[in-house]
Ligand binder design. Structure first.
Ligand code: GUN
Length: 297
């Protein structure tokens, strides 16, 4: 039987609608809109697409979006000065500096300059630390979105075997922390893992976040596994195609014959990231305004 397709797009739309309702209540209670500042350095086309999408979604949810575009040759000091101004700006609840930054800029130093209570990306070491010790804080949007899809489908994850493939600070590591907090038994696999197929075959839950097209094969999966595919990879164009197809890190067609549920690419994890960013921004707004966090988000 073919696996259930986990519809991240539909889930994200519902989450965005709930955020929109809560944002309207926030505006009533606080006398201002929640605000998200997005900083884009340079003109990377993919980043430009993401930043536009984030701005549009922010306005659609009834929040203020402040877009700051800086030239590719901006100095580290100028960028840090902008971050300082945003930290001090009472209309700004969340700050997102779009990554990757041009090579002459230090990503880590820029992230470290963001007020952790405005770090809606959850990239600041303070938020990574809060997640590691279970003290709340902001959780990176993509893994939090994956977790929402998993708990929606599976409910209680206690005792389940979870394998996260990939150990990035943005997805793999926080994903493992979230699964551990939910009482799963967690393995982080990566490019040096021996017998990756054998490790993945133990998993009730597989989260693939490696950025390699269709790497995870159907015969690596335990029958009935739930598969979350974080990868977005563009294949080389086939004959007659202008652009290659977008595929995930999982070989979707064959894998959906073995898994019980699987996220498609596109339309799975991708749409969740922006929805969770809006959710994190609204949570930040409540904290910054001294209000109780919104419920049901
Ligand atoms: N670049 C690609 N995804 C992201 C993201 O979620 N946050 C930031 N800041 N940059 C990104």
């Amino acid at each position: 039987m073919a696996a259930e397709r986990i519809d991240g797009k539909a889930f994200a739309e519902k989450l965005r609608a709930r955020v929109g309702e809560a944002a309207a209540r926030f505006e009533q209670a606080a006398g201002r809109k929640a605000g998200l500042a997005v900083v884009l350095v340079g003109e990377d086309p993919a980043s430009d697409v993401y930043v536009r999408a984030k701005g549009k979604a922010t306005h659609a949810a009834g929040m203020n979006g402040f877009e700051h575009r800086l030239p590719a040759d901006v100095s580290q000091d100028e960028l840090l000065a902008l971050v300082d101004r945003l930290n001090a700006d009472g209309a700004v609840d969340g700050i997102l500096v779009q990554l990757p930054l041009p090579g002459h800029l230090d990503d880590q130093a820029v992230i470290a300059a963001i007020d952790p209570d405005k770090d809606v990306d959850g990239f600041h070491v303070t938020n990574a630390g809060r997640l590691a010790v279970g003290q709340g804080g902001f959780v990176p949007c993509t893994p939090l979105g994956c977790m929402m899809l998993l708990t929606d489908r599976l409910g209680d994850l206690s005792g389940l075997e979870a394998v996260v493939i990939g150990r990035s600070n943005i997805v793999g590591k926080p994903m493992a922390q979230l699964l551990l907090d939910a009482n799963a038994t967690v393995t982080i696999a990566h490019s040096r893992t021996k017998d990756l197929a054998g490790v993945v075959r133990r998993a009730d839950i597989v989260v693939a976040a490696v950025g390699r097209a269709e790497m995870v094969k159907a015969d690596w999966l335990k029958p009935g596994a739930t598969v979350i595919d974080v990868g977005i990879n563009r294949l080389p164009p086939a004959e007659g195609e202008a652009k290659g197809r977008l595929v995930g890190d999982v070989d979707y067609g064959p894998a959906s014959g073995v898994a019980s549920a699987i996220t498609p690419v596109p339309g799975g994890v991708g749409p969740m990231t922006i929805a969770v960013l809006l959710r994190n921004t609204l949570v930040a707004a409540h904290r910054n305004a001294g209000l109780a966090p919104p419920e049901g988000l």
